[in-house]
Design a protein around this ligand. Structure first.
Ligand code: PEP
Ligand code: MG
Length: 533
Protein backbone atom coordinates (compact mmCIF):
# COMPACT_ATOMS: atom_id res chain seq x y z
CA UNK A 1 0.00 0.00 0.00
CA UNK A 2 1.33 3.44 -0.94
CA UNK A 3 0.19 6.69 0.64
CA UNK A 4 0.32 10.04 -1.13
CA UNK A 5 -0.53 12.55 1.51
CA UNK A 6 -0.06 15.85 -0.20
CA UNK A 7 -3.66 16.37 -1.29
CA UNK A 8 -5.67 19.26 0.06
CA UNK A 9 -8.43 18.15 2.45
CA UNK A 10 -11.60 18.43 0.45
CA UNK A 11 -14.66 16.25 0.87
CA UNK A 12 -15.80 12.80 1.92
CA UNK A 13 -14.35 9.31 2.09
CA UNK A 14 -14.44 6.82 -0.78
CA UNK A 15 -13.08 3.40 -1.63
CA UNK A 16 -13.05 2.56 -5.33
CA UNK A 17 -11.21 1.71 -8.52
CA UNK A 18 -9.16 4.27 -10.46
CA UNK A 19 -9.95 5.49 -13.93
CA UNK A 20 -7.07 7.69 -15.07
CA UNK A 21 -8.12 10.26 -17.63
CA UNK A 22 -5.65 10.51 -20.49
CA UNK A 23 -4.20 14.00 -20.65
CA UNK A 24 -4.97 14.50 -24.33
CA UNK A 25 -8.67 14.03 -23.62
CA UNK A 26 -8.64 17.37 -21.80
CA UNK A 27 -6.86 19.34 -24.47
CA UNK A 28 -9.00 21.67 -26.50
CA UNK A 29 -8.11 22.13 -30.16
CA UNK A 30 -6.15 25.29 -30.79
CA UNK A 31 -8.54 28.04 -31.78
CA UNK A 32 -5.76 30.12 -33.39
CA UNK A 33 -6.77 30.72 -36.98
CA UNK A 34 -4.35 29.71 -39.73
CA UNK A 35 -4.72 31.31 -43.17
CA UNK A 36 -8.29 31.47 -44.55
CA UNK A 37 -7.33 28.96 -47.25
CA UNK A 38 -6.08 26.44 -44.68
CA UNK A 39 -9.09 26.93 -42.40
CA UNK A 40 -11.49 26.56 -45.34
CA UNK A 41 -9.74 23.37 -46.42
CA UNK A 42 -9.93 22.00 -42.85
CA UNK A 43 -13.61 22.78 -42.71
CA UNK A 44 -14.32 21.16 -46.09
CA UNK A 45 -12.43 18.05 -45.14
CA UNK A 46 -14.29 17.76 -41.82
CA UNK A 47 -17.59 18.31 -43.61
CA UNK A 48 -16.79 15.54 -46.10
CA UNK A 49 -15.84 13.14 -43.30
CA UNK A 50 -19.07 14.00 -41.46
CA UNK A 51 -21.07 13.21 -44.59
CA UNK A 52 -19.29 9.88 -44.97
CA UNK A 53 -20.05 8.97 -41.35
CA UNK A 54 -23.67 9.99 -41.77
CA UNK A 55 -23.99 8.05 -45.00
CA UNK A 56 -23.16 4.83 -43.14
CA UNK A 57 -25.38 5.66 -40.15
CA UNK A 58 -28.28 6.78 -42.37
CA UNK A 59 -28.67 3.30 -43.85
CA UNK A 60 -30.72 2.09 -40.91
CA UNK A 61 -31.85 5.26 -39.21
CA UNK A 62 -34.19 8.03 -40.33
CA UNK A 63 -32.72 10.59 -37.96
CA UNK A 64 -29.26 10.18 -39.44
CA UNK A 65 -30.76 10.22 -42.92
CA UNK A 66 -32.18 13.66 -42.09
CA UNK A 67 -28.79 14.73 -40.74
CA UNK A 68 -27.17 13.55 -43.94
CA UNK A 69 -29.54 15.73 -45.96
CA UNK A 70 -28.92 18.65 -43.69
CA UNK A 71 -25.17 18.34 -44.17
CA UNK A 72 -25.82 18.79 -47.91
CA UNK A 73 -27.68 22.06 -47.37
CA UNK A 74 -25.32 24.76 -48.70
CA UNK A 75 -26.43 27.31 -46.05
CA UNK A 76 -24.17 25.96 -43.30
CA UNK A 77 -21.11 25.72 -45.52
CA UNK A 78 -21.71 29.20 -46.90
CA UNK A 79 -22.08 30.70 -43.44
CA UNK A 80 -18.92 29.05 -42.17
CA UNK A 81 -16.77 29.84 -45.19
CA UNK A 82 -17.97 33.44 -45.23
CA UNK A 83 -16.81 33.87 -41.63
CA UNK A 84 -13.44 32.28 -42.31
CA UNK A 85 -12.86 34.43 -45.39
CA UNK A 86 -13.94 37.77 -43.95
CA UNK A 87 -13.67 37.33 -40.18
CA UNK A 88 -10.20 35.74 -40.14
CA UNK A 89 -11.42 33.18 -37.59
CA UNK A 90 -10.64 29.49 -37.23
CA UNK A 91 -12.85 26.83 -38.78
CA UNK A 92 -14.04 25.76 -35.30
CA UNK A 93 -15.02 29.26 -34.29
CA UNK A 94 -16.71 29.96 -37.63
CA UNK A 95 -18.68 26.73 -37.28
CA UNK A 96 -19.82 27.61 -33.74
CA UNK A 97 -20.95 31.08 -34.80
CA UNK A 98 -22.69 29.86 -37.95
CA UNK A 99 -24.46 27.15 -36.01
CA UNK A 100 -25.68 29.68 -33.42
CA UNK A 101 -26.93 31.98 -36.16
CA UNK A 102 -28.80 29.28 -38.09
CA UNK A 103 -30.37 27.95 -34.89
CA UNK A 104 -31.37 31.48 -33.91
CA UNK A 105 -33.02 31.96 -37.31
CA UNK A 106 -34.90 28.66 -37.03
CA UNK A 107 -36.05 29.39 -33.50
CA UNK A 108 -37.52 32.70 -34.57
CA UNK A 109 -39.76 31.04 -37.17
CA UNK A 110 -43.47 30.48 -36.71
CA UNK A 111 -43.23 27.02 -38.23
CA UNK A 112 -43.04 24.42 -35.41
CA UNK A 113 -41.55 21.80 -37.75
CA UNK A 114 -38.64 24.03 -38.73
CA UNK A 115 -38.12 25.10 -35.10
CA UNK A 116 -37.86 21.42 -34.26
CA UNK A 117 -34.86 21.13 -36.63
CA UNK A 118 -32.65 23.16 -34.30
CA UNK A 119 -31.44 20.10 -32.41
CA UNK A 120 -30.56 18.38 -35.69
CA UNK A 121 -28.52 21.35 -36.87
CA UNK A 122 -26.67 21.28 -33.56
CA UNK A 123 -26.03 17.55 -33.88
CA UNK A 124 -24.61 17.91 -37.37
CA UNK A 125 -22.41 20.82 -36.25
CA UNK A 126 -21.27 18.81 -33.22
CA UNK A 127 -20.16 15.99 -35.49
CA UNK A 128 -18.17 18.36 -37.73
CA UNK A 129 -16.62 20.08 -34.72
CA UNK A 130 -15.50 16.76 -33.24
CA UNK A 131 -13.86 15.77 -36.51
CA UNK A 132 -12.21 19.20 -36.76
CA UNK A 133 -10.80 18.94 -33.27
CA UNK A 134 -9.54 15.40 -33.76
CA UNK A 135 -11.29 14.35 -30.54
CA UNK A 136 -12.42 10.75 -30.17
CA UNK A 137 -16.15 10.36 -30.57
CA UNK A 138 -16.79 8.76 -27.21
CA UNK A 139 -17.44 10.47 -23.89
CA UNK A 140 -14.38 9.34 -21.90
CA UNK A 141 -16.57 8.86 -18.82
CA UNK A 142 -19.23 6.76 -20.49
CA UNK A 143 -19.68 3.26 -19.18
CA UNK A 144 -17.50 3.59 -16.11
CA UNK A 145 -18.26 0.81 -13.63
CA UNK A 146 -19.96 1.79 -10.37
CA UNK A 147 -17.50 2.81 -7.64
CA UNK A 148 -15.05 4.51 -10.02
CA UNK A 149 -12.61 7.13 -8.76
CA UNK A 150 -11.67 9.47 -11.62
CA UNK A 151 -8.04 10.60 -11.54
CA UNK A 152 -7.05 13.54 -13.76
CA UNK A 153 -4.57 16.33 -14.05
CA UNK A 154 -7.49 18.70 -13.77
CA UNK A 155 -11.21 18.49 -14.39
CA UNK A 156 -13.09 21.36 -15.98
CA UNK A 157 -16.80 21.85 -15.34
CA UNK A 158 -17.39 20.71 -18.91
CA UNK A 159 -15.76 17.36 -18.01
CA UNK A 160 -17.88 16.83 -14.92
CA UNK A 161 -20.96 17.69 -16.97
CA UNK A 162 -20.30 14.47 -18.92
CA UNK A 163 -20.13 12.24 -15.83
CA UNK A 164 -22.81 9.92 -14.52
CA UNK A 165 -22.34 10.51 -10.78
CA UNK A 166 -24.29 7.43 -9.79
CA UNK A 167 -21.19 5.49 -10.90
CA UNK A 168 -18.55 7.80 -9.46
CA UNK A 169 -17.27 7.40 -5.91
CA UNK A 170 -14.66 10.14 -6.00
CA UNK A 171 -12.48 12.58 -7.92
CA UNK A 172 -8.73 13.07 -7.61
CA UNK A 173 -6.91 15.88 -9.40
CA UNK A 174 -3.38 17.21 -9.53
CA UNK A 175 -4.53 20.82 -9.67
CA UNK A 176 -7.13 22.60 -7.62
CA UNK A 177 -7.85 24.05 -4.21
CA UNK A 178 -10.76 23.72 -1.78
CA UNK A 179 -12.83 26.23 -3.71
CA UNK A 180 -12.03 25.11 -7.24
CA UNK A 181 -14.96 23.91 -9.27
CA UNK A 182 -14.10 20.26 -9.05
CA UNK A 183 -14.56 20.42 -5.26
CA UNK A 184 -17.80 22.35 -5.55
CA UNK A 185 -19.16 19.77 -7.95
CA UNK A 186 -18.02 16.90 -5.71
CA UNK A 187 -19.86 18.45 -2.76
CA UNK A 188 -22.94 19.10 -4.91
CA UNK A 189 -22.99 15.50 -5.98
CA UNK A 190 -22.07 14.10 -2.57
CA UNK A 191 -18.92 12.31 -3.78
CA UNK A 192 -15.46 12.33 -2.21
CA UNK A 193 -12.70 14.49 -3.68
CA UNK A 194 -9.04 15.17 -3.22
CA UNK A 195 -7.28 17.94 -5.15
CA UNK A 196 -3.71 19.17 -5.34
CA UNK A 197 -2.21 15.66 -5.55
CA UNK A 198 0.98 16.08 -7.61
CA UNK A 199 1.84 13.39 -10.14
CA UNK A 200 -1.40 11.53 -9.44
CA UNK A 201 -1.92 10.67 -13.10
CA UNK A 202 1.61 9.25 -13.34
CA UNK A 203 1.65 7.32 -10.11
CA UNK A 204 -1.80 5.77 -10.43
CA UNK A 205 -2.87 3.33 -13.13
CA UNK A 206 -6.41 2.65 -14.31
CA UNK A 207 -7.66 -0.34 -12.31
CA UNK A 208 -5.65 0.46 -9.13
CA UNK A 209 -7.73 0.30 -5.97
CA UNK A 210 -7.81 3.66 -4.16
CA UNK A 211 -9.01 5.09 -0.88
CA UNK A 212 -9.71 8.82 -0.66
CA UNK A 213 -9.74 10.27 2.81
CA UNK A 214 -10.91 13.70 1.76
CA UNK A 215 -11.26 14.84 5.35
CA UNK A 216 -7.53 14.91 6.04
CA UNK A 217 -6.13 14.95 2.54
CA UNK A 218 -4.88 11.37 2.24
CA UNK A 219 -4.93 9.12 -0.77
CA UNK A 220 -4.11 5.40 -0.41
CA UNK A 221 -3.05 3.56 -3.57
CA UNK A 222 -3.49 -0.25 -3.71
CA UNK A 223 -4.59 -0.46 -0.06
CA UNK A 224 -4.60 -3.74 1.86
CA UNK A 225 -7.84 -5.50 2.69
CA UNK A 226 -7.87 -4.20 6.29
CA UNK A 227 -7.64 -0.57 5.14
CA UNK A 228 -10.39 -1.15 2.54
CA UNK A 229 -12.62 -2.55 5.29
CA UNK A 230 -11.87 0.28 7.72
CA UNK A 231 -12.51 3.06 5.20
CA UNK A 232 -15.49 1.24 3.76
CA UNK A 233 -17.05 1.38 7.26
CA UNK A 234 -16.13 5.05 7.66
CA UNK A 235 -17.70 5.91 4.28
CA UNK A 236 -20.85 4.07 5.37
CA UNK A 237 -20.98 6.03 8.65
CA UNK A 238 -20.74 9.30 6.68
CA UNK A 239 -23.52 8.12 4.40
CA UNK A 240 -25.75 7.33 7.37
CA UNK A 241 -24.99 10.72 8.95
CA UNK A 242 -26.03 12.38 5.69
CA UNK A 243 -29.29 10.41 5.76
CA UNK A 244 -29.92 11.50 9.39
CA UNK A 245 -29.25 15.16 8.62
CA UNK A 246 -31.85 14.95 5.86
CA UNK A 247 -34.43 14.05 8.51
CA UNK A 248 -35.97 17.31 9.65
CA UNK A 249 -34.36 19.12 6.73
CA UNK A 250 -37.74 20.30 5.46
CA UNK A 251 -38.45 22.19 8.71
CA UNK A 252 -37.45 25.87 8.90
CA UNK A 253 -34.06 26.93 10.26
CA UNK A 254 -34.62 29.19 13.27
CA UNK A 255 -31.77 30.20 15.58
CA UNK A 256 -31.99 29.87 19.36
CA UNK A 257 -32.61 33.62 19.49
CA UNK A 258 -35.59 33.22 17.14
CA UNK A 259 -34.13 34.51 13.84
CA UNK A 260 -35.54 32.68 10.83
CA UNK A 261 -32.74 32.03 8.36
CA UNK A 262 -33.27 31.19 4.68
CA UNK A 263 -31.37 28.09 3.62
CA UNK A 264 -31.36 27.81 -0.17
CA UNK A 265 -29.59 25.46 -2.56
CA UNK A 266 -26.94 25.84 -5.27
CA UNK A 267 -27.73 24.10 -8.55
CA UNK A 268 -26.35 23.77 -12.05
CA UNK A 269 -29.29 22.08 -13.75
CA UNK A 270 -33.02 21.50 -13.43
CA UNK A 271 -32.26 18.09 -11.96
CA UNK A 272 -30.13 19.69 -9.24
CA UNK A 273 -32.92 22.16 -8.49
CA UNK A 274 -35.11 19.17 -7.74
CA UNK A 275 -32.37 17.59 -5.61
CA UNK A 276 -31.94 20.82 -3.64
CA UNK A 277 -35.66 21.18 -2.96
CA UNK A 278 -35.88 17.51 -1.96
CA UNK A 279 -32.97 18.08 0.40
CA UNK A 280 -34.94 20.83 2.18
CA UNK A 281 -33.73 23.99 0.42
CA UNK A 282 -36.22 26.84 0.58
CA UNK A 283 -35.42 27.84 -3.01
CA UNK A 284 -32.33 28.27 -5.15
CA UNK A 285 -29.81 30.94 -4.18
CA UNK A 286 -27.47 30.23 -7.09
CA UNK A 287 -28.41 28.59 -10.38
CA UNK A 288 -25.12 28.36 -12.30
CA UNK A 289 -26.53 28.88 -15.80
CA UNK A 290 -23.19 28.21 -17.52
CA UNK A 291 -23.76 24.44 -17.24
CA UNK A 292 -26.58 24.80 -19.78
CA UNK A 293 -24.02 26.28 -22.14
CA UNK A 294 -21.60 23.40 -21.65
CA UNK A 295 -23.90 20.64 -22.83
CA UNK A 296 -24.19 21.46 -26.51
CA UNK A 297 -21.92 22.46 -29.29
CA UNK A 298 -23.17 25.97 -29.76
CA UNK A 299 -24.72 28.68 -27.61
CA UNK A 300 -28.13 27.50 -26.45
CA UNK A 301 -30.93 29.48 -28.06
CA UNK A 302 -33.69 31.43 -26.35
CA UNK A 303 -36.23 28.61 -26.59
CA UNK A 304 -33.89 26.02 -25.10
CA UNK A 305 -32.89 28.30 -22.23
CA UNK A 306 -36.46 29.37 -21.59
CA UNK A 307 -37.49 25.72 -21.26
CA UNK A 308 -34.79 25.04 -18.66
CA UNK A 309 -35.43 28.20 -16.62
CA UNK A 310 -39.19 27.68 -16.82
CA UNK A 311 -38.89 24.09 -15.62
CA UNK A 312 -36.72 25.25 -12.69
CA UNK A 313 -39.11 28.12 -11.89
CA UNK A 314 -42.10 25.80 -11.89
CA UNK A 315 -40.33 23.40 -9.53
CA UNK A 316 -39.58 26.29 -7.15
CA UNK A 317 -43.11 27.74 -7.29
CA UNK A 318 -43.19 30.68 -4.88
CA UNK A 319 -39.74 29.90 -3.56
CA UNK A 320 -36.97 32.14 -4.93
CA UNK A 321 -34.93 31.01 -7.91
CA UNK A 322 -31.85 33.19 -8.33
CA UNK A 323 -30.34 32.59 -11.74
CA UNK A 324 -26.84 33.84 -12.40
CA UNK A 325 -26.13 35.00 -15.92
CA UNK A 326 -23.41 33.23 -17.91
CA UNK A 327 -20.16 32.97 -15.94
CA UNK A 328 -17.49 31.69 -18.33
CA UNK A 329 -13.81 32.49 -18.63
CA UNK A 330 -11.32 31.88 -15.84
CA UNK A 331 -11.34 28.08 -15.57
CA UNK A 332 -14.67 27.68 -17.38
CA UNK A 333 -14.38 27.31 -21.14
CA UNK A 334 -17.01 26.57 -23.75
CA UNK A 335 -15.88 24.13 -26.44
CA UNK A 336 -17.39 26.20 -29.24
CA UNK A 337 -16.22 29.59 -28.03
CA UNK A 338 -12.86 31.14 -28.77
CA UNK A 339 -11.03 32.62 -25.80
CA UNK A 340 -7.82 34.46 -26.67
CA UNK A 341 -4.84 33.27 -24.68
CA UNK A 342 -4.59 35.39 -21.52
CA UNK A 343 -1.72 35.62 -19.06
CA UNK A 344 -4.14 35.87 -16.13
CA UNK A 345 -7.48 34.35 -17.11
CA UNK A 346 -9.01 34.88 -13.66
CA UNK A 347 -8.22 38.58 -14.01
CA UNK A 348 -9.30 38.66 -17.60
CA UNK A 349 -12.29 38.23 -19.82
CA UNK A 350 -14.84 36.36 -17.78
CA UNK A 351 -18.40 36.48 -16.42
CA UNK A 352 -20.23 39.81 -16.84
CA UNK A 353 -17.32 41.12 -18.94
CA UNK A 354 -18.05 38.46 -21.55
CA UNK A 355 -21.80 39.09 -21.45
CA UNK A 356 -21.38 42.83 -21.92
CA UNK A 357 -19.04 42.23 -24.85
CA UNK A 358 -21.18 39.55 -26.57
CA UNK A 359 -24.46 41.41 -26.68
CA UNK A 360 -26.38 38.86 -28.73
CA UNK A 361 -25.49 36.06 -26.35
CA UNK A 362 -26.45 38.24 -23.36
CA UNK A 363 -29.69 39.36 -24.99
CA UNK A 364 -30.73 35.76 -25.72
CA UNK A 365 -30.18 34.81 -22.08
CA UNK A 366 -31.91 37.87 -20.65
CA UNK A 367 -34.98 37.37 -22.85
CA UNK A 368 -35.21 33.72 -21.76
CA UNK A 369 -34.84 34.73 -18.10
CA UNK A 370 -37.42 37.50 -18.30
CA UNK A 371 -39.88 35.15 -19.98
CA UNK A 372 -39.27 32.43 -17.38
CA UNK A 373 -39.91 35.09 -14.73
CA UNK A 374 -43.57 34.98 -15.74
CA UNK A 375 -43.67 31.33 -14.55
CA UNK A 376 -42.24 31.68 -11.04
CA UNK A 377 -40.20 33.67 -8.54
CA UNK A 378 -37.12 34.19 -10.77
CA UNK A 379 -34.46 36.76 -9.90
CA UNK A 380 -31.42 37.60 -12.03
CA UNK A 381 -27.92 37.95 -10.62
CA UNK A 382 -24.79 39.23 -12.37
CA UNK A 383 -21.39 37.63 -11.66
CA UNK A 384 -18.03 39.40 -11.14
CA UNK A 385 -19.39 42.93 -10.98
CA UNK A 386 -16.48 45.30 -10.31
CA UNK A 387 -18.01 48.72 -10.95
CA UNK A 388 -21.31 50.53 -10.73
CA UNK A 389 -21.01 51.20 -14.47
CA UNK A 390 -21.00 47.49 -15.27
CA UNK A 391 -24.10 46.90 -13.16
CA UNK A 392 -25.84 49.83 -14.84
CA UNK A 393 -24.97 48.44 -18.28
CA UNK A 394 -26.38 45.06 -17.30
CA UNK A 395 -29.55 46.71 -16.02
CA UNK A 396 -29.88 48.70 -19.24
CA UNK A 397 -29.59 45.46 -21.24
CA UNK A 398 -32.44 44.01 -19.16
CA UNK A 399 -34.54 47.12 -19.77
CA UNK A 400 -33.92 46.87 -23.53
CA UNK A 401 -35.03 43.23 -23.54
CA UNK A 402 -38.15 44.13 -21.57
CA UNK A 403 -39.02 46.76 -24.18
CA UNK A 404 -38.56 44.20 -26.97
CA UNK A 405 -40.75 41.60 -25.27
CA UNK A 406 -43.37 44.24 -24.56
CA UNK A 407 -43.45 45.24 -28.23
CA UNK A 408 -43.69 41.57 -29.25
CA UNK A 409 -46.57 40.96 -26.77
CA UNK A 410 -44.62 38.16 -25.08
CA UNK A 411 -45.27 37.57 -21.38
CA UNK A 412 -42.39 38.42 -19.03
CA UNK A 413 -41.76 39.48 -15.44
CA UNK A 414 -41.92 43.28 -15.25
CA UNK A 415 -40.70 43.67 -11.68
CA UNK A 416 -37.70 41.36 -12.09
CA UNK A 417 -35.28 41.72 -9.17
CA UNK A 418 -31.68 42.27 -10.22
CA UNK A 419 -28.82 41.36 -7.90
CA UNK A 420 -25.06 41.73 -7.69
CA UNK A 421 -22.65 38.95 -6.84
CA UNK A 422 -20.10 40.29 -4.42
CA UNK A 423 -16.97 38.46 -5.46
CA UNK A 424 -14.42 41.14 -6.28
CA UNK A 425 -12.61 43.40 -3.80
CA UNK A 426 -13.91 46.38 -5.81
CA UNK A 427 -17.51 45.29 -5.23
CA UNK A 428 -16.84 45.13 -1.48
CA UNK A 429 -15.31 48.59 -1.47
CA UNK A 430 -18.25 50.10 -3.38
CA UNK A 431 -20.88 47.90 -1.74
CA UNK A 432 -22.77 50.99 -0.51
CA UNK A 433 -22.99 52.36 -4.07
CA UNK A 434 -24.07 49.02 -5.51
CA UNK A 435 -26.59 48.47 -2.72
CA UNK A 436 -28.24 51.75 -3.65
CA UNK A 437 -28.99 50.32 -7.12
CA UNK A 438 -29.45 46.58 -6.57
CA UNK A 439 -32.35 44.55 -5.26
CA UNK A 440 -30.07 42.06 -3.50
CA UNK A 441 -26.50 40.87 -2.97
CA UNK A 442 -25.11 37.37 -2.98
CA UNK A 443 -21.58 36.93 -1.67
CA UNK A 444 -19.46 34.57 -3.75
CA UNK A 445 -16.69 33.69 -1.34
CA UNK A 446 -14.95 31.31 -3.73
CA UNK A 447 -13.86 34.09 -6.03
CA UNK A 448 -13.85 36.74 -3.34
CA UNK A 449 -11.28 34.71 -1.41
CA UNK A 450 -8.94 34.29 -4.39
CA UNK A 451 -9.15 37.98 -5.28
CA UNK A 452 -8.84 39.32 -1.72
CA UNK A 453 -5.89 37.01 -1.01
CA UNK A 454 -4.38 37.35 -4.53
CA UNK A 455 -4.15 33.53 -4.59
CA UNK A 456 -5.43 31.53 -7.61
CA UNK A 457 -8.20 29.20 -6.44
CA UNK A 458 -6.87 26.44 -8.71
CA UNK A 459 -3.21 26.56 -7.72
CA UNK A 460 -2.28 24.08 -4.98
CA UNK A 461 0.97 25.92 -4.19
CA UNK A 462 -0.94 28.93 -2.90
CA UNK A 463 -3.87 26.98 -1.46
CA UNK A 464 -2.68 27.82 2.07
CA UNK A 465 -3.46 31.47 1.25
CA UNK A 466 -6.76 30.82 -0.52
CA UNK A 467 -8.45 30.50 2.84
CA UNK A 468 -12.00 31.84 3.25
CA UNK A 469 -11.41 31.97 7.01
CA UNK A 470 -8.65 34.53 6.65
CA UNK A 471 -9.49 37.69 8.57
CA UNK A 472 -9.21 39.74 5.36
CA UNK A 473 -12.02 37.69 3.79
CA UNK A 474 -14.05 37.81 6.98
CA UNK A 475 -13.81 41.61 7.04
CA UNK A 476 -14.83 41.84 3.38
CA UNK A 477 -17.85 39.64 4.02
CA UNK A 478 -18.75 41.79 7.04
CA UNK A 479 -18.52 44.98 4.96
CA UNK A 480 -20.74 43.62 2.21
CA UNK A 481 -23.37 42.41 4.69
CA UNK A 482 -23.31 45.73 6.56
CA UNK A 483 -23.73 47.75 3.33
CA UNK A 484 -26.69 45.62 2.24
CA UNK A 485 -28.39 45.83 5.62
CA UNK A 486 -27.82 49.56 5.78
CA UNK A 487 -29.50 49.96 2.39
CA UNK A 488 -32.30 47.58 3.38
CA UNK A 489 -31.67 45.01 0.64
CA UNK A 490 -31.40 41.24 1.04
CA UNK A 491 -27.97 39.67 1.32
CA UNK A 492 -27.13 36.01 0.94
CA UNK A 493 -23.99 33.94 0.52
CA UNK A 494 -23.62 31.34 -2.22
CA UNK A 495 -19.89 30.65 -1.98
CA UNK A 496 -18.66 27.47 -0.31
CA UNK A 497 -18.01 29.28 2.97
CA UNK A 498 -21.77 29.25 3.55
CA UNK A 499 -21.62 25.46 4.06
CA UNK A 500 -18.53 25.35 6.28
CA UNK A 501 -19.46 24.12 9.78
CA UNK A 502 -16.97 26.51 11.45
CA UNK A 503 -18.50 29.49 9.64
CA UNK A 504 -22.17 29.16 10.61
CA UNK A 505 -22.11 31.05 13.90
CA UNK A 506 -19.68 33.64 12.55
CA UNK A 507 -21.85 34.42 9.51
CA UNK A 508 -24.99 34.62 11.65
CA UNK A 509 -23.18 37.05 13.97
CA UNK A 510 -22.21 39.18 10.97
CA UNK A 511 -25.94 39.44 10.14
CA UNK A 512 -26.24 37.01 7.22
CA UNK A 513 -29.83 35.93 6.73
CA UNK A 514 -29.64 33.73 3.66
CA UNK A 515 -27.26 30.83 3.03
CA UNK A 516 -27.13 28.98 -0.28
CA UNK A 517 -25.30 25.64 -0.28
CA UNK A 518 -24.97 22.40 -2.24
CA UNK A 519 -27.95 20.04 -1.78
CA UNK A 520 -26.14 17.48 0.42
CA UNK A 521 -25.15 20.27 2.85
CA UNK A 522 -28.67 21.68 3.41
CA UNK A 523 -29.83 19.38 6.23
CA UNK A 524 -26.69 19.67 8.36
CA UNK A 525 -26.57 23.46 7.91
CA UNK A 526 -30.15 23.83 9.07
CA UNK A 527 -29.35 21.77 12.13
CA UNK A 528 -26.31 23.93 12.95
CA UNK A 529 -28.40 27.09 12.57
CA UNK A 530 -30.93 25.68 15.04
CA UNK A 531 -28.05 25.17 17.50
CA UNK A 532 -26.66 28.71 16.97
CA UNK A 533 -27.55 32.13 18.34
C1 PEP B 1 -18.20 32.14 -5.92
O1 PEP B 1 -17.28 32.66 -6.57
O2 PEP B 1 -18.23 32.11 -4.66
C2 PEP B 1 -19.31 31.52 -6.61
C3 PEP B 1 -20.36 31.07 -5.97
O3 PEP B 1 -19.19 31.41 -7.96
P1 PEP B 1 -18.37 30.24 -8.70
O4 PEP B 1 -17.83 29.33 -7.63
O5 PEP B 1 -19.30 29.56 -9.62
O6 PEP B 1 -17.30 31.03 -9.39
MG1 MG C 1 -17.58 33.08 -8.68
Amino acid sequence: MRVIRTGIPTAGIAVGTAFVLERHALQMPSAEAASPETETARFRMAMERAKEELEVLAAGNAVFAAHREMADDPLLAEQVEERIAHGGVSAGQALGEACAEICGMLEALDDAYLRGRVDDVRDVCARIRRILSGEPEANPFAELPPGTIVVARELAPSDTALMDFSRIAGLVTERGSRTSHVCIIARNKGVAALVGVPEATREIKTGDRLIINGECGELFVCPDAAAEREYGCRAEILRQEAVRSREGAQAPAVTRSGRKIAVLGNAGSVEEVREALDAGAGGIGLFRSEFLYMQGDAFPGEAEQFEAYRAAAELCGERPLIIRTLDVGGDKALPYMHFEHEENPFLGWRAIRVSLAMRDVFRTQLRALLRAGACGNVKIMFPMIASVGEFREAKAAVAACMAELEAEHIAFKRDMELGVMIETPAAVLIADLLAAEAHFFSIGTNDLTQYIMAADRGNPRVAYLCDPFDVAVERSVGMAIAAARHAGIEVGMCGELAAAPRATQLLLSLGLEEFSVSPPAVGALKQRIRNSE
